[in-house]
Ligand binder design. Structure first.
Ligand code: ARG
Length: 273
């Protein structure tokens, strides 16, 4: 064998050894400790964006800012079942998804729609709620905006990082899209005439419409999209924790608890307005 050949063979052998070592170490790094970590820590860390009543919103309790809503109740119940405390990390909606994907929270809950795209980066539980998209407008414009085309050239908003941005772009393509960090900003702009409509999910729209006499849901039917159900998002690989939560969600759904949470959250958020 020539020197060159010997060196090549040796190098190849070395490479295959390191490849095996590599795949082994990544295998052990990926060991799923998602459930045992929470149990050892004694606290479930939950990322949420409390700008989305009745799912999550801020509420003053005895002068203290707290989070309330369907997702908060659900998380308290999950923590109870796991025998741990719950800590809410409140961040913007985009950061809910971001902090979960980098493992800063055990999970994120924020009326998060399950989509094929998001499934690439996140692990999802069983769905716990079904949603649909609507457009809210000023009541005075009810006869003006009766089709998606009637928004041609008009400013319509959607919350940044949500699937409503996609709904707006795909289904109301002639509108001029405005991305806002929070729906409440959109509501103020809609009331003052800076924008003409907001795409949001029906359960959230109901809250704004019932507390703002001058707003209503437009008589326009939007098409069903990928992402019509809400689920909890976990970091990729958190299978043990996800499976445990799936069991809890199934039980709560069967007992009709999610509907109870929705009713309670609607009452609380109405009372806070
Ligand atoms: N369901 C939509 C989505 O997942 C909107 C969720 C917004 N949630 C919130 N807390 N602001 O894209």
């Amino acid at each position: 064998m020539s020197i060159k050949k010997i060196v090549t063979v040796a190098l190849l052998a070395l490479m295959s050894v390191s490849l095996v070592a590599c795949s082994q170490s990544s295998k052990s790094a990926k060991e799923d400790t998602s459930l045992s970590d929470v149990q050892k820590r004694g606290t479930l860390v939950v990322a949420t964006s409390p700008d989305f009543a009745p799912f999550e919103f801020k509420r003053l309790v005895n002068g203290k800012d707290t989070v309330a809503g369907v997702d908060v109740e659900l998380s308290k119940e999950i923590a109870k079942e796991l025998g741990v405390d719950v800590h809410f990390l409140t961040v913007s909606f985009t950061n809910v998804l971001g902090s979960v994907s980098i493992g800063k929270a055990d999970y994120g809950i924020s009326g998060i729609s399950v989509t094929e795209e998001r499934k690439k980066a996140l692990e999802f539980t069983e769905p716990y709620f079904e949603s649909k998209n609507v457009v809210i407008i000023r009541k005075a414009d009810l006869a003006k905006y009766t089709s998606v085309d009637s928004f041609a050239g008009k400013s319509v908003s959607a919350q940044k990082g949500t699937i409503q941005e996609g709904v707006l772009a795909d289904q109301i393509p002639k509108a001029s899209a405005v991305s806002l960090t929070q729906n409440s900003e959109g509501v103020n702009e809609l009331k003052s005439g800076q924008i003409e409509g907001i795409v949001m999910e029906s359960a959230i729209a109901q809250g704004y419409v019932s507390s703002n006499d001058d707003l209503t849901v437009a008589n326009i039917t939007l098409k069903k999209v990928d992402g019509s159900s809400y689920a909890i998002a976990l970091p990729k690989g958190s299978i043990a924790l996800r499976n445990r939560i799936n069991g809890i969600i199934k039980k709560l759904k069967k007992e009709g608890k999610i509907d109870d949470y929705v009713k309670k959250a609607n009452q609380e958020s109405e009372a806070g307005k």
